[in-house]
Design a protein around this ligand. Structure first.
Ligand code: UD1
Length: 360
């Protein structure tokens, strides 16, 4: 019996950490495979160090490429891993190319697949992640959902109820475990900022950053924030490359910094007055931290962060962004409750299901 956990990109690491820890505590044999989709130290290694994740047993080192070539390279390399180690279950997390590639390989070899964060849908197939979600879910034998919308989507797509396990949110386990430590690092001081007196920005979706006009108008729209608060912007490598290529003028008080390690970024989110983002993980984390989140997209695969949490979709509409920022700074913002099962025990619930499944 062997469980094979697969990670590849930055948002995967905080999702797998509580599962690896819990499987380890129960003495269940497991290996950790890193596809190498993200490879810069500040996009990968630092997360392993801070989260106490074991070094990957196998690093496929695939790196960056077009979606097809990256996915294909992961598949070829991961097939060899499966043929060598014969896992009884492949555990994939999230919605990145590594997630889908690993699920496809395992399914073709008739190895059962577990998908953590199943059922989420933005209903926008122009997002590469949406394709990854749909394919991975339909190849999976155990589907672990984070919110009710995930259960509803899977049922509507004809996936049998007995494969679906509503367990809550692994990323929240990791957040709750590290939040106090993250704040105690006072990471805002590094940038000369005061708690609750700055805004925080992340931006990396292809739809937002791969088109010059879109990126430029988004940055202009953010002047309604920078006129009122300093705006700290840890820049994803994809976005940094575009900004350099197009030499887009930047608003005053937009502070560009390197991608931040997990703890520093968590501390920065916790004490931000508001957060602007196009990331999925940040929409969830701000809900738990009770920090207003403006999502720079027209859709979200995480409706519970809107219905229960602090999230609001603002797209790239400058007027809407200005209006919502004004409301937040005037102290008018919705009351929040933490979504069901976002309680810090999701890793344990997943391990319970896996342990029972294995013993059959
Ligand atoms: C990927 C995920 C996205 C996730 C994001 C988090 C897919 C389809 N997308 O997007 O869902 O939200 O990770 O960051 O899987 N690069 C580096 N160093 C690195 C990694 C990337 O410089 O360590 C640069 C490369 O130029 C690369 C580009 O960033 O081409 C994009 O990386 P890639 O992994 O293809 O997608 P992300 O945009 O990071």
């Amino acid at each position: 019996m062997l469980i094979c956990n697969v990670v590849g990109a930055r948002p995967n690491f905080m999702k797998i950490a509580p599962i690896v820890e819990e499987l380890n505590r129960r003495g269940l044999p497991q290996i950790l495979v890193h596809t190498g989709q993200h490879y810069d130290a500040n996009m990968s290694q630092v997360f392993f160090d801070q989260l106490g994740l074991p070094r990957p047993d196998i690093d496929l080192g695939v790196g960056s490429d077009s979606h097809t070539r990256q996915t294909a390279r992961i598949m070829i390399a991961f097939e060899e891993v499966c043929q060598q180690h014969h896992p009884s279950l492949v555990v994939t997390v999230g919605d990145v190319n590594s997630t889908m590639a690993a699920a496809l390989v395992a399914a073709k070899l008739t190895i059962p697949v577990a998908h953590v964060e199943a059922g989420l849908r933005s209903f926008d197939r122009t997002m590469p992640e949406e394709i990854n979600r749909v394919v991975t879910d339909h190849l999976s034998d155990l589907l672990f959902t984070t919110e009710q919308s995930g259960n509803d989507n899977l049922r509507r797509e004809g996936i049998a109820d007995n494969k679906v396990h509503f367990v809550g949110n692994c990323m929240v386990d990791t957040l709750l475990k590290h939040a106090d430590m993250a704040v105690s690092l006072t990471p805002w001081e590094t940038f000369g900022l005061q708690p609750n007196a700055y805004a925080l920005l992340t931006l990396h979706r292809p739809a937002n950053v791969d088109d010059r006009d879109t990126l430029q108008s988004l940055l202009i729209a953010l002047t309604s924030v920078t006129e009122r608060l300093p705006l700290l912007f840890p820049v994803h490598p994809r976005t940094r490359a575009r900004l350099a290529e197009w030499q887009i003028p930047l608003p005053n008080r937009l502070i560009l910094v390197e991608p931040q390690p997990y703890l520093e970024f968590l501390g920065l989110m916790a004490k931000a007055r508001l957060v602007l983002t196009d990331s999925g993980g940040v929409q969830q984390e701000t809900t738990v931290l009770n920090v207003p989140c403006l999502t720079l997209r027209d859709t979200t695969e995480l409706p519970v962060t809107i219905s229960d949490g602090t999230n609001q979709l603002v797209g790239s509409d400058a007027q809407k962004i200005a209006a919502v920022v004004g409301q937040i700074l005037a102290g008018r913002w919705k009351t929040v409750q933490r979504p069901p099962l976002w309680d810090g025990y999701t890793g344990q619930r997943i391990a319970d299901v896996i342990e029972k499944w294995i013993s059959y």
